[in-house]
Each structure stands twice: as C-alpha cells, then as structure tokens.
Design a protein around this ligand. Structure first.
Ligand SMILES: Nc1ncnc2c1ncn2[C@@H]1O[C@H](COP(=O)(O)OP(=O)(O)OP(=O)(O)O)[C@@H](O)[C@H]1O
Ligand SMILES: [Mg+2]
Length: 398
C-alpha cells in the first residue's frame, strides 16, 4: 500500500474535526513551550561544557608534551582523555537538542545530511533501543539542499513515529533502519520499521494536519504534516509504503548538492591572528582555548581595551566582539573602529546570546557583519577563522 504527497492531497489547512481546536492549540502551545525550555536548558549546559571540553583538551595537549620526559603522566592523560570523551558526548547531545528545538526553519543551503542523520540517531538512540535494533547505512551520502534545523525535524519525526509503531520490551525482535543512497541528482533516504503498519484508511490521511491514531498526550497528528511541508519547501518529496503487521517505510527524496557546496575544511597555510573582545572572562577564555592551537589569540575585556590593542597592532584575521558589554557595546565598538583610519571593520564578527531588539537587527542588516551565536560551537568557530585565513592567504607581504 502506498501513499505519497500527491495521492493524499494533503493540505496545510488544519482539519478541525480531527481534534477539537482548543485542545489542539493547547497541545501545540505545550510543545512550543517544551521546545523553548529544552533549548534554554541546552543553552545553559552547553556553555560550561564548551569550556570544560576545551580546557581538558588543552590540559591533554600540554601534559602530552611533558609526558615525553615524564612517563608517569601517561595514566593521568588517559583519565583526562576519558573525561574529554564524556564531555564531548554530553556537549554533542546538548548541541543536538539546540538544533532540534531552534525556532524557524533556518537558512536554506547545502546541508551535510550525514551530520543531521547522526544527530537524529544520537538523540533518539535511548528511546529506540527499548523498542528495536537500529540499523544505519548512509555513510558518505552527498549533501542536500535544505536547512539543518528543518531536516533534523523531518528525520526525528520519522524515527519517533517508527519507534511508536513498535511495542517496547523486545528490541531484538524489531528493526528500525535509516538508509541513504544517491539516484540521478537526488539523495533518497528511507526510514523503515517493522512495526504495526497501517491500514488504507490511516495511510491516506497520514500527511493531514491533526490526523492521529494515538491517544491524547502521545500524538498531536502534526508530525507528518509538518514533515511534508518542510520536505516540499526544499524541493523534495516524501512517500510512504506500509503493510499491516509488517511495517512501514517513509522515503524522502531531496536535491543532491555538490560536496564543494559545504563549507570547506582542512588546515590553512599559516597561523591566524584573532582578537577576542568580551567582558565575560569565561567566554573570552573559551574562545581563546578553542582557537589557540591554530591561531595567535589576543583577549580584551572591553571595547576601550580592544581599541588600544588595535592602535598598536594590525593584521588581525578576525575580531570576535560581544554585542552586549557595559560601557562600550559591540555596536559602538564597531563605529569607533570604522572611524579609525584604515579601520578593519570587515574582520569583525559579533558574539551574541540572541538578538531580539530592533535597533541591533537594523544595525546588523546595515553593516552585514556576521553574528556567531553563543554558546558557540568550537569547531564552527575554528572553521570560520580558517575560512578567513585561507581567503586572505599568507600574511607575509600583505
Ligand atoms: N511508522 C509508522 N507506523 C505506523 N503508523 C504510523 C507511522 N508513522 C505515522 N503513522 C500513523 O500516522 C499518524 C500521523 O502521524 P503524525 O506523525 O503526523 O502524528 P502523530 O505521530 O500521531 O503525532 P505527533 O507526530 O504530532 O506527535 C499516526 O498517528 C499513526 O497512526
Ligand atoms: Mg508523529
């Protein structure tokens, strides 16, 4: 039995008879609130984890150098590596929660689908393992057109539906699989389960908003209609095949993108030079630690201190400046720098805990400077600097 977005005639209009409006609204509000709470908790956890991870990494690097002469340090390094791996795991989970609970669809472009599927698996792993054995086969899959947040939601919805279709308790007897392949300029991902399957009356409504067969409190019936809207907004398609008693397969087809469309990686040809301007010493130190292996990093704890550094030193590849600081905030710092002869405003990027006032939004639109959201992803930060260093080429002779 098959249903796809053309045969179900799905529509983005809610069908009120499926759920009374008030309850639907209440459920939706509750979900939105939970999403916001989860994002907030992940945000709070992510910051300390980011600098714990970077500090442990730095300690391992420094002790590693000493261990040549002092072999007794090796067991201590091994313990620290264990601590770093655990922190890394927790940090990845907190980052994934943020990815899945972020508001809005996010920017559309080339997305590393493998990364999105890995994040989905990490997040659902605990629940899936009570219901089924998880199989994945999508290594090396091409990037696709879409947004990371949107695609994360799509595959999380499909995996959660799959596990809800399988009773808990005998994971050895059931399977959920995620497989990816490329076909004529498309990337096809199949999410299959060996769960209950669906009769035709259910199958033809699965993409309808508010259509659910689950008890109150379990399903709102919005998952697949949202999934369908997201996939089609990226120029993709979604279809479903199902057989009662045997299981279900959702097949998502997305536009493949060339690998070069993803932000490039690899080490740049020289050390970068970075200035960090932040009044919070912990954040400044975390940025410094994240970048220290590949860059010379200077730190200033205020706009005035940073201006003093800039009056003496030139050639920074990147200046990371906190938007909100007492006395001179990021916007004023930017204006001050722009007044200095040969001001280097084009290397300024802002660090922010979230922009929600109009004046800042207008300022950012006017200047076109990037904003890196706190808590930053250390690898994203490093990649940003690498991109600037690569683009500007060797410092010598500039
Ligand atoms: N893998 C699946 N196996 C069996 N039935 C499924 C599967 N996926 C979806 N369904 C059926 O489609 C219905 C609609 O799914 P959808 O994801 O839109 O909503 P929901 O899961 O009921 O609620 P929500 O996703 O909003 O929590 C489900 O209630 C279920 O009957
Ligand atoms: Mg669902």
């Amino acid at each position: 039995m098959t249903s796809d977005d053309s045969t179900t005639g799905s529509t983005s209009e809610p069908s009120p008879e499926a759920l009374p409006g008030d309850r639907a609204r209440h459920d939706r509000d509750r979900l939105a609130l939970l999403g916001t709470l989860a994002a907030g908790v992940a945000h709070e956890i992510n910051n300390p984890l980011a600098y714990t991870k970077e500090s442990i990494g730095q300690a391992i690097r420094e002790l590693g150098e000493l261990a040549e002469a002092m072999p007794a340090l090796r067991p201590i390094i091994a313990m620290l590596q264990c601590a770093r791996d655990g922190t890394e795991q927790a940090w990845l989970i907190a980052r994934d929660v943020r990815m899945f609970s972020r508001k809005g669809p996010g920017a559309v472009g080339a997305v590393d689908l493998q990364r999105v599927l890995d994040a989905t698996v990490r997040l659902a792993h605990h629940d899936v393992s009570k219901h089924a054995t998880l199989e994945k086969d999508y290594e090396g899959i091409a990037p696709v057109e879409g947004s990371e947040v949107g695609l994360g939601q799509v595959f999380l919805n499909l995996v959660v539906n799959a596990l809800q279709a399988i009773p808990a308790g005998d994971p050895g007897a059931h399977r959920i699989s995620i497989r990816g392949r490329e076909e004529l300029g498309r990337v096809i991902v199949e999410v299959s389960d060996t769960g209950t399957g669906m009769p035709e009356e259910v199958l033809k409504h699965v993409f309808d908003p508010y259509f659910t067969t689950k008890p109150e409190g379990v399903g709102t019936g919005l998952g697949l209609s949202i999934t369908h809207d997201i996939v089609t907004s990226f120029g993709g398609t979604i279809r479903v095949d199902s057989e009662v008693g045997r299981g279900t397969t959702f097949t998502v087809s997305l536009r493949a993108m060339p690998r070069e469309a993803l932000p490039s990686s690899g080490p740049p040809s020289r050390m970068g030079r970075v200035l960090v301007v932040d009044d919070d010493p912990l954040v400044a130190e975390a940025v410094r630690l994240a970048l220290a292996a590949e860059n010379e990093v200077s730190v200033a704890s205020s706009g005035a201190e940073a201006l003093a550094v800039l009056s003496k030193e030139e050639g920074f590849d990147a200046i990371f400046c906190d938007l909100m600081m007492p006395e001179m905030d990021g916007m004023r710092f930017y204006d001050e720098v722009s007044h200095v002869a040969g001001g280097v405003t084009e290397v300024i990027a802002f660090l922010s805990g979230g922009v929600d006032d109009e004046a800042t939004e207008i300022f950012l639109a006017r200047t076109g400077r990037p904003v890196l959201e706190k808590p930053f992803d250390p690898e994203g930060l490093r990649e940003y600097v690498r991109g600037r260093v690569r683009r500007d080429g060797p410092l010598v002779g500039r």
